[in-house]
Structures are given as structure tokens and as C-alpha cells.
Design a protein around this ligand. Sequence first.
Ligand SMILES: N[C@@H](CCC(=O)N[C@@H](CS)C(=O)NCC(=O)O)C(=O)O
Length: 216
Amino acid sequence: MKLYLGTRRYSSWSMRGWLMVKLAGIEAEEIVIPLGGGHTPALAALSPSGLVPYLEHEGARVWESLAIAEYCAEFNPALWPAARPARAHARSIAAEMHAGFRALRMAMPMNLGRDYSGLGQNPESLADIARIEAIWANTRAAFGAGGPYLFGEVFNAADAMFAPVVARLLTYAPPLSELAFDYCAAVRAQPLVANWYEMAAKEPASWQLEKYESLA
Ligand SMILES: N[C@@H](CCC(=O)N[C@@H](CS)C(=O)NCC(=O)O)C(=O)O
């Protein structure tokens, strides 16, 4: 049982995969491969796609964070909401996250250890953020009663998909609605998310990459 991850400080997709695995209660040895900033040779040798996250578990080989979410939901169905319309909505926003928001990703690469307040804002990244804020507002209005997360009380796979977006918004501090600000605070305080940040802070300084550390 092995879960391959990239540098926690930078690897947004690894954060998603790890959160899913933890929410499912799946036990797996965590192997962190320091990322080289694209096409890391060590990854090409072990992961089918050459990317992380990658899970080997009970004979299953699972890559792509959405596939990992579905695999994990087989162990803990609460990764998706119980009601079908809510579940359909959760899967839709998770898939939209998985497939899109390239401008935000390019302009605001994840870095859990820096304060890049005010950086990364351009028309395209701000349009992505506006769409994300609309998703959060619509989802919370329709399904979020009873708790601080997208679907209320339970931090689920949709929240896990957006957790690295929260991390970016906290690092780059663009203007946000009150609802988005409160949601970011709730996700940052979620115990698994907090644990990921703590582990990222303990990574060796030698894993840090100049191109992500010298934006300011
Ligand atoms: N679509 C993939 C994306 C995975 C991905 O791009 N992972 C990045 C790290 S965040 C990676 O492995 N990059 C290879 C590298 O940096 O060498 C998923 O959903 O899991």
C-alpha cells in the first residue's frame, strides 16, 4: 500500500489525493518525491502517468486525483453527499476544478510557505477566481446549511478538490467576498489540511525550487 506524493509545499494535486486517502481511512505508506518543477525523472520511473498523486492499494493502481476520489469513496461513501442531486453537484464542481482554472494555476502556483499577497492578479486569473467564488456561493446556498464546508458539516471530496485553491488564495490574497474568505478560513482550519501544512513546513529546505520561491 503506497501513496506517492510530490513536495507538499508545492504539489496541489498531491494535497488533493492525500486528503481523499485520509478521508477514506485508507492506510498507505506515504512516499514523497521532491518535485523538480516538471518532468521529475524519479516520477516517470514509478507512476503510470509520470505524475503524482499515485496510489497502489490492494492490487489497485490509481492515478489522476478524480479517479483517486472515486476509489476512496468506495471505502467511505461520505466523500460524496448522500442525496443524488447534491452528489451530482459535488461531482460536477470537482470535475470542473480538475479540468479547468489553468490561468489561476499558472499565475498563482501553490506555495504553502510564502506570503505573496497581491501577486498573480491578471484578468484571466481574476476571472477564474470569480468563477470559483460563484461555485462556492451557489453550492453553499443550495447545500451548505449546517456547517462551514461546501456541503455543510462534512468536509468531503469536493472540498478536498478545492483545498489547494484555498491555499493559493491564502498565499496570494486577492480580493475576496466575505463568503469566500470565511470558507478559506474553515478549510485552512480543517484538521487534515492543517496537518498537511505542518508536514510541508518540515520539508527540507533543499527541496525548495528557486522558481517558486523568488516571486516576490
Ligand atoms: N491530472 C493530474 C495532475 C497531476 C499533476 O500534474 N501532478 C504534478 C504535481 S502537482 C506532477 O506530478 N508534476 C510532475 C513534476 O513536477 O515533475 C491529477 O489530477 O492527479
